[in-house]
Design a protein around this ligand. Structure first.
Ligand SMILES: NC(=O)c1ccc[n+]([C@@H]2O[C@H](COP(=O)([O-])OP(=O)(O)OC[C@H]3O[C@@H](n4cnc5c(N)ncnc54)[C@H](O)[C@@H]3O)[C@@H](O)[C@H]2O)c1
Length: 256
């Protein structure tokens, strides 16, 4: 059976678990070969093993680590066609309590990591004359926000700006750059960092009546890296079950 990504090589950063692992799994189903890059070693190795891929331990906020991940894709599979930078952290802290160190850490992983991964992947894609980059942004920052998300919101809004700039600069190399803005997706990270009460509140705010799954995001990522999206660059897809649509709290249709 032929897949939509047959023969493609994908580097997926932040793919040991959660949304990133879902993206890697979906890409492999469509014929891609994958390198899983993450700072979680055991989960990363397990995911790579399950998907017949390779694992490399990296800290996405370190440039040499990003370069090593790109080099592993090229030395193992002979190329790099797709970069997904999905690694992100989301500590919950009110702005009045965010230390300068915590601010720097969130921006270093989420935003600087995005730039560094693109910077590391660019030379290979440029010399090949084609490439696809997809970055995991969020609705939080670009569209909406809630208390405790000051640094996170800034980092994700920054990713959207970077997507536009990179898309423009890389267009002459036939490299597209896009992003996904997930709503609330039930993942290990979400369960570690958010209370059950917060998760229930979010669920109640989703018009489609459920939280998202990693596969919901993976399907959007697949579209953006597939041939079907060859004329799409510099934009993002919101995947949030309609969460950002309501004007107010009372959005459900009630019987007259
Ligand atoms: N879950 C949600 O509701 C949601 C909503 C919007 C956006 N997002 C974004 O989606 C992405 C994935 O979120 P998730 O919920 O799957 O989280 P998760 O914690 O389950 O997975 C994130 C992965 O990134 C890895 N990672 C973290 N820091 C890293 C670093 N410095 N270097 C390399 N790898 C690192 C983690 O080890 C983990 O495997 C993040 O960018 C997050 O901001 C998530």
């Amino acid at each position: 059976m032929s897949g939509r990504l047959d023969g493609r090589v994908a580097l997926i950063i932040g793919a040991a678990r959660g949304i990133g692992a879902g993206i890697a799994e979906r890409f492999v189903e469509e014929g891609a070969r994958v390198v899983i890059a993450d700072n979680l070693v055991q989960a990363g190795e397990e995911t790579a093993h399950r998907l017949n891929g390779r694992f490399i331990k990296i800290d996405v906020s370190n440039f040499e680590d990003n370069q090593a991940a790109v080099a592993l894709a090229v030395s193992t599979f002979g190329s790099l066609d797709i970069l997904v930078q999905n690694a992100g952290i989301y500590p919950w802290t009110l702005i009045e309590n965010i230390s300068p160190e915590e601010w720097d850490q969130v921006l270093a992983v989420n935003l600087k990591g995005t730039f560094l991964s693109a910077r590391a992947a660019l030379p290979v894609m440029k010399s090949k004359g084609s490439g696809r980059m997809v970055f995991t942004s969020s609705i939080t920052g670009p569209r909406v926000t809630s208390p405790g998300h000051g640094h996170y919101s800034a980092s994700k809004a920054g990713i959207n700006g970077f997507i536009k700039a990179a898309a423009l600069e890389f267009s002459s190399y036939n490299i597209t750059v896009n992003g996904i803005e997930p709503g609330n997706i039930l993942t290990d990270g979400m369960q570690e960092h958010r209370s059950a009460a917060f998760i229930k509140m979010m669920e109640e705010g989703v018009p489609l009546g459920r939280l998202g799954t990693p596969r919901d995001i993976a399907n959007a990522a697949l579209f953006l890296v597939s041939d079907d999206a060859s004329y799409i660059t510099g934009t993002t897809i919101i995947v949030d079950g309609g969460q950002t649509l309501p004007e107010g709290k009372d959005f459900r249709l009630t019987p007259p």
